[in-house]
Ligand binder design. Structure first.
Ligand SMILES: [Cu+2]
Length: 158
């Protein structure tokens, strides 16, 4: 299946949508292709919920460890930290992007090549209930994006 840059993925579970479920739209999901030997990468997308919701966890069948991170400038150093949840306020487009909130793909067993499709399972909480949203993120080459400096990032876990 060929994925184009702009796509909408809606949870399969929404076919039997209960009254409480938030409708989650996901667009422009992509992951960063890696260099040989690089075991960490990032995934990015835009999310919109039609009810107040929170992204509470992300997993992937092909990535051993997935975390949600926030990147912020601390003085002149860019730092990342893990966050427990990312708020998805009703009707607002929330961007997971280089330099902000992002999904961290860790302990990668093999490199991610441009064009690879990384399946991600988002767990979203809304109205006290949880639902999952399946997203397919297509890998893009770091050369093509140029949005993140090609240097090691400092991770701070609290
Ligand atoms: Cu990170």
């Amino acid at each position: 299946m060929k994925l184009n840059g702009w796509m909408i993925v809606v949870a399969a579970s929404l076919a039997t949508q209960a009254a409480w479920a938030a409708n989650i739209s996901v667009s422009d999901a992509w992951a960063r292709a890696t260099m040989p030997g690089q075991q960490v990468s990032g995934a990015y997308m835009q999310l919109q919920a039609d009810a107040d919701a929170r992204l509470v966890s992300v997993s992937s069948p092909v990535v051993p460890r997935v975390e949600m991170h926030e990147m912020k400038m601390d003085g002149d150093v860019m730092r990342m930290r893990e966050v427990k949840a990312i708020d998805l306020p009703k009707g607002k487009t929330v961007s997971l992007e280089p330099g902000g909130f992002h999904i961290m793909l860790m302990n990668l067993p093999k490199p991610i090549a441009a064009g690879d499709v990384i399946p991600l399972i988002l767990t979203v909480e809304s109205g006290g209930k949880q639902q999952t949203v399946e997203v397919k993120a297509e890998a893009r080459s770091p050369m093509g994006s140029g949005a993140m400096p090609n240097q090691p990032m400092q991770h701070h876990h609290h």
